[in-house]
Design a binder for this molecule. Structure first.
Ligand SMILES: [Zn+2]
Ligand SMILES: [Zn+2]
Length: 196
């Protein structure tokens, strides 16, 4: 599926646009940091919802990881805010990828981000908490922008760069390049209206 095939519908109801869902044993502070960044940097009203367990359906027993696509299917169920962003501490993977920092239904409802590798993995206990939270904010903003329909960008340092390593996450900024900012504003207006 190409992202532009499935632009999200215009959403006119009032209330938060994004529900940030703390999953499993994830720290609530992390969820609040994510919600604050969505509000401040993407201009999307966000609130932290009720914590939920990590969906058992998504556990890939022989890998000890959770299949991100199955997590998204579970997150997307039910009524509530138009977009849902799960924040989890478990390690996420895809059938064809060893791990992902986050994943989104491009142009869909649900996205998820994981803290599992943002501290550098097992044994990398020396990463300051603020570094981890900044990485988390970058992945969360990137995945949420995918929900709005934005795709990957090749501009140096742009938030929408594809980042498959921590080094690359650390090199991108919390901001988008001018081209992506224009795209974001256009999609945001279409989805949530001028005041959303
Ligand atoms: Zn991406
Ligand atoms: Zn860009």
């Amino acid at each position: 599926m190409t992202p532009d095939d499935r632009d999200p519908p215009r959403l006119t109801q009032p209330g938060p646009r994004v529900e940030v869902v703390p999953l499993g044993r994830v720290n609530l502070t992390a969820a609040h940091v994510v919600a604050g960044n969505l509000q401040a940097l993407l201009g999307l009203a966000a609130r932290v919802g009720e914590p939920r367990p990590d969906p058992e359906e998504a556990l890939v027993a022989n890998r000890g990881q959770y299949d991100a696509r199955v997590v998204l299917e579970e997150l997307a169920k039910g009524v509530g805010a138009p977009f849902r962003l799960g924040v989890t501490a478990v390690d996420l993977c895809l059938p064809f990828l060893d791990y992902v920092f986050g994943e989104a239904q491009v142009g869909g409802r649900a996205a998820v981000v994981s803290l599992a590798r943002l501290g550098g993995g097992r044994g990398a206990a020396g990463v300051p908490r603020e570094v981890m939270l900044e990485r988390l904010a970058k992945v969360a903003l990137h995945e949420t922008a995918h929900l709005l329909g934005l795709t990957h960008c090749r501009a140096a340092g742009c938030l929408m760069s594809f980042s498959e390593t921590l080094e690359r996450i650390d090199r991108i900024s919390l901001a988008m390049c001018p081209g992506c900012r224009v795209d974001l504003a256009r999609r945001r207006r279409r989805i949530v209206g001028p005041d959303g």
